[in-house]
Design a protein around this ligand. Structure first.
Ligand code: ADE
Ligand code: ZN
Length: 343
């Protein structure tokens, strides 16, 4: 199911934003894909951008992931990764995203012969340049691919250690079927010992969704859950999530593409249950809509008032891993915006 784009109203457009669930490889827009392919002398099996978009015909997580990984073949050099992150940083700045924690999938690159250093250096250089130029702050979160062996994740974790100052946390993504959080128990324990913050995907409506959420909460002890909407099905689990102040980074337009809808009623219920839920864009080049469009799409169906929209941003910065000064600056700007708007 897809969603007709809802217009971004003035309140959403002006709202200072914090994004916590955004895969940098999922921001690879068709135009950039073609440009990088041309620069790298790579032949794409599509005549043009609209033929490429027409091939984005997926209805579930594995279908999406096949297209997503195939698209990465154009990312080879440090400059390619730089251009990818620079494009997202410009988009984020235009949408008043002040702070973003940005996933990247190093194994999807190292597995095809691209050096870890190339990936991290290109992304970091772009984010540093963007911060100097516009003030937009992007921090990296390294995701492990759960459909690979835990040993590969551990080796990637070790590989990342010299780059620790550039990476705020680690996550877990890719195909969830048969790949529960506990498969990576040792990897996440080591990551925590190394000082990384932890988050994990529990995608929507997966086989064993609530069991996977339980593992994250009870056995791994992650700081956040990416998606995690199915926690609503287990009131005791939901109560523990609320008590511990664990955040859920939900992605409505993404949900509409890989499940049976945006899950607007569920997101409303999470807000009403006082869970620290945030709204994010996931893979905006594939699930069309950056964070402003996600808020706009959700506003009507989830009956979000202006005050709810402010609360979503407050939740996001509160569950973020931003430095205290960044957090305070964001909260002050948000409060001033709300007050100015009379909310
Ligand atoms: N990789 C990129 N986007 C993802 C998602 N929404 N779920 C799991 N893995 C992903
Ligand atoms: Zn995701």
């Amino acid at each position: 199911m897809t969603t007709a784009p809802a217009p971004v109203d003035a309140f959403i457009a002006g709202l200072p934003k914090c994004e916590l669930h955004l895969h940098i490889e999922g921001t690879l827009e068709p135009a950039l894909k073609f440009a990088l392919a041309q620069r790298g002398g790579i032949a794409l099996p599509y005549a043009d951008e609209s033929a490429l978009r027409a091939a984005y015909d997926f209805h579930d997580l594995p279908g999406f992931l096949a297209v997503y990984y195939e698209g990465m073949s154009v990312l080879r050099t440090e400059q390619d990764f730089y251009d990818l992150a620079a494009a997202y940083a410009a988009k984020a700045h235009a949408q008043k995203v002040r702070y973003a924690e940005i996933f990247f999938d190093p194994q999807a690159h190292t597995a095809r012969g691209v050096a870890f250093d190339t990936v991290v250096r290109g992304l970091t250089r772009a984010l540093d340049d963007a911060e100097r130029a516009t003030g937009f702050r992007g921090r990296l979160v390294m995701c492990f691919l759960r459909d690979f062996q835990a040993e590969f994740a551990m080796a990637t974790l070790v590989q990342s250690l010299p780059y620790k100052e550039w990476i705020v946390g680690v996550g877990l993504d890719s195909d969830e079927a048969g790949n529960p959080p506990v498969k990576f128990r040792e990897v996440f324990a080591r990551a925590r010992a190394e000082g990384y913050r932890l988050t994990m995907h529990c995608d929507v409506d997966q086989e064993n969704s609530t069991e996977h959420i339980r593992q994250v909460v009870e056995e791994i002890g992650a700081d956040r859950i990416d998606h995690g909407v199915n926690a609503l099905e287990d009131p005791a689990l939901l109560a523990r999530i609320r008590e511990r102040g664990l955040g859920l980074t939900v992605c409505p337009i993404s949900n509409a593409h890989v499940t049976d809808g945006m899950k607007a009623a569920e997101i409303r219920a999470l807000l009403d249950a006082d869970v620290k839920v945030t709204v994010n864009s996931d893979d905006p080049a594939y699930f069309p809509g950056y964070v402003a469009e996600n808020l706009a799409a959700l506003r009507g169906p989830a009956q979000l008032s202006d005050a709810d929209l402010v609360r979503l941003q407050r939740n996001a910065i509160e569950i973020s891993w931003a430095a205290p000064a960044v957090r305070e600056e964001f909260l002050a700007e948000l409060a001033a915006y709300a007050e100015n708007a009379g909310r």
